[in-house]
Design a protein around this ligand. Structure first.
Ligand code: ADP
Ligand code: MG
Length: 340
């Protein structure tokens, strides 16, 4: 058989297979783009679990008219320009693939206005069509991306969608996690025209506490231990479920430089610290690790759910010690071995 280059649209659809698993993955990619664009307010409208409509509206920096079509093409990004950039990445995006992938499996409209432009412009792209039409539109500064009929042209994927309710729950759960990390941002989420969540920006400690209670529950928020630890370029902040709070929780949110990741390292460290005090269940936590971006590789997985630490043992031990010292400082518990 002859070797042939894949047509670009087919290449996009194959890439979409990795990045766009379900409506929640579209929401993730689009909201991350809004945050990368410096938005302080992000509105998310969902119809029928996202299979009918996903609309994200932000007040970020917008996209210039002559870059609208480019933004929808594959490997087009404003976030990395060199390998050096990639090795020190702090933005969510860097692959330049999300918009191209999403538009290859949906009908996508991108409307945007930058601060410099006096008018807004709109680009429309649909499934297998490669030509993007750009027309004038009305929109304040920022962007709105509308994704209609997700997977309309990839029936195998569409069949894998669960009920609207389940798909919406995935969106809601993901948004909770990002809203926890970005308490400075106003998020609003509607489903079928009804406001379901509203996360107001938290600028004071009390407001941050309120957001924690809204997301992780009142009991968790009231009893949680504060973690705030810094050492040698590593910093860990957040909340740890109190050993006195025996309610089982599935709150295990871990962020690396603001990015939500799955990592067994943190679970292990938390468990180990608690085990040392004879507590054998897995406590809930919301932990944010910040470190030099050169010390972590985020380009491990297309959906960026995983990272690789250059010195993982060191990071693990740092997290372990941060948690150990929080447990020792707890006033309510007295551990005989720490009562010096
Ligand atoms: P990436 O985020 O990896 O750069 P995307 O395909 O998600 O790739 O987006 C392509 C480009 O489009 C981004 O680099 C950015 O310049 C622009 N862009 C996408 N969404 C927005 C948005 N909401 N506001 C401003 N610019 C955006
Ligand atoms: Mg992106």
């Amino acid at each position: 058989m002859a070797i042939e280059l894949l047509p670009p649209q087919l290449a996009n659809q194959i890439a979409a297979g990795e990045v766009v698993e379900r409506p929640a993955s579209v929401v993730k990619e689009l909201v991350e783009n809004s945050l990368d664009a410096g938005a302080t307010r992000v509105e998310i409208d969902i119809d029928k679990g996202g299979s009918k409509l996903i609309r994200i509206r932000d007040n970020g920096m917008g996209i210039a008219k002559d870059e609208l079509a480019l933004a929808l093409s594959r490997h087009a990004t404003s976030k990395v320009h060199s390998l050096d950039d990639l090795e020190a990445i702090l933005s969510f995006g860097f692959r330049g693939e999300a918009l191209a992938s999403i538009s290859s499996v949906s009908r996508l409209t991108l409307t945007s206005k930058t601060a410099e432009q006096s008018e807004a412009w709109q680009a429309y792209a649909e499934g297998s069509q490669m030509d993007v039409k750009v027309t004038p539109a009305a929109h304040p500064q920022g962007s709105t991306i509308e994704v209609v009929d997700l997977f309309f042209n990839t029936p195998a994927r569409r069949r894998f969608l669960k009920s609207d309710k389940t798909e919406f729950t995935h969106i809601d759960e993901w948004l909770k996690r990002i809203a926890m990390a970005r308490s400075d941002i106003h998020f609003a989420l509607t489903h079928n025209g009804k406001l379901v969540r509203q996360y107001r920006p938290a600028n004071t400690d009390i407001q941050t506490q309120q957001r924690l209670a809204q997301i992780c529950g009142r009991a968790f928020a009231e009893q949680a231990l504060r973690i705030n630890c810094e050492h040698d370029g590593l910093s860990l902040s957040g909340y740890l479920q109190s050993p006195n709070d025996s309610v089982l929780t599935d709150t295990s949110f871990f962020y690396v430089n603001g990015r939500l990741v799955r990592d067994r390292l943190v679970n292990h460290a938390v468990k180990q610290a608690f085990a040392e005090h004879g507590i054998d269940h897995q406590p809930g936590y919301v932990l944010m690790l910040a470190l030099d971006p050169h010390q972590v590789d985020v380009n491990v997985h297309p959906a960026k759910h995983e990272v690789r630490f250059h010195q993982s043992r060191y990071v693990h031990d740092f997290i372990l010690q941060a948690i150990q010292s929080a447990l020792v400082q707890m006033p309510e518990l007295s551990f005989p071995e720490c009562s010096e």
